[in-house]
Design a protein around this ligand. Structure first.
Ligand SMILES: NC(=O)c1ccc[n+]([C@@H]2O[C@H](COP(=O)([O-])OP(=O)(O)OC[C@H]3O[C@@H](n4cnc5c(N)ncnc54)[C@H](OP(=O)(O)O)[C@@H]3O)[C@@H](O)[C@H]2O)c1
Length: 258
């Protein structure tokens, strides 16, 4: 594992941290000695994911206990409350790194798409990131910081049956570029990650036949894992990427060449 010594004791907020990519990111930061705040709608302090993150820290000689804060990030009021809690918390008090990763996918052909599914996808995947960025930027304006927003290769290329998801993820890229320009002089860097096909619960419903077909299409010939996305999040949060902002980094096994 690469060591990013400047991440020790940095406070990192991760949305969608109860499983999948978000959980791997939380574990990776805990292993670097960061102080981890984990968010999702269902998370709580006794959640098994919190135990896993605690273990990742202790296996690497760190004792900080992660803080679990449940909230629906698509609600601006809930996100405001969440950031009030962080500000008033004795052990945390601020956020140095924001990783806005919470997301859903509700797939289906466009002409049959329910308006409610479109709204939910845009509200969680795009507005949720907007809500978190707003509170993070207010917190970081004097100190600087790094924000990483989770997009997708689908936001760069589109995909049949994923119009709402693709639109939300393209929106994340445009939002990130705009905010990167707007807050560069405040010392806040914003970048996005665009994963390809990553093995998580989100992709569990794909049948084996379709998975094999995807593996043939991906130039590297395999599906990625969430730890490979987490390593890129560490890099983008650390000083190793100090002159990078407004970028979208693909973690996709070469999918962009599909
Ligand atoms: N897996 C892939 O192949 C892939 C590829 C490209 C991009 N991505 C993106 O990467 C991110 C993580 O995906 P994943 O595969 O790890 O998904 P996942 O396993 O389904 O996990 C999604 C996480 O988001 C949380 N979440 C969902 N809605 C939320 C909300 N409104 N507020 C707060 N938390 C919420 C979930 O927890 P609760 O249910 O408890 O809220 C869970 O922790 C998503 O943005 C996804 O679009 C994934």
């Amino acid at each position: 594992m690469a060591v990013f010594s400047d991440l020790v004791d940095k406070v990192v907020f991760i949305s969608g941290a109860s499983k999948g990519i978000g959980l791997s990111i939380a574990e990776a930061f805990a292993a670097q000695g960061s102080k981890v705040i984990m968010n999702s709608r269902s998370i709580h302090q006794d959640h098994e994911s919190v135990e896993k993150v605690k273990q990742a820290a202790s296996e690497n000689g760190f004792t900080t206990i992660p803080l679990a804060l449940p909230a629906d990030t698509s609600s601006p009021e809930a996100v405001k409350e969440l950031y009030k809690t962080i500000k008033n918390h004795n052990d945390f008090g601020t956020v140095d790194i924001g990783i806005n990763n919470a997301g859903i996918s509700k797939d289906g052909l466009f002409i049959r798409q329910k308006e409610a599914d479109w709204d939910e996808t845009i509200n969680i995947n795009l507005k949720g990131i907007r809500n978190c960025c707003q509170e993070q930027i207010k917190m970081m304006r004097k100190t600087g910081g790094s924000i990483i927003n989770m997009s997708s290769v689908i936001g760069q290329h589109g995909n049949t049956g994923q119009s709402a998801y693709a639109a939300s993820k393209a929106g994340v890229i445009a939002l990130t570029m705009s905010l990167a320009e707007e807050y560069a002089r405040s010392g806040i860097r914003l970048n996005s990650i665009a994963p390809g096909y990553i093995n998580t619960e989100m992709t569990d419903n794909v049948n084996d036949e379709a998975k094999t077909a995807w593996e043939k299409l991906i130039p590297m010939g395999r599906i990625g894992n969430s730890e490979e996305v987490a390593q890129v999040a560490l890099f983008l949060a650390s000083n190793c990427s100090s002159y990078m902002t407004g970028q979208t980094i693909g973690v996709d096994g070469g999918w962009f060449r599909r």
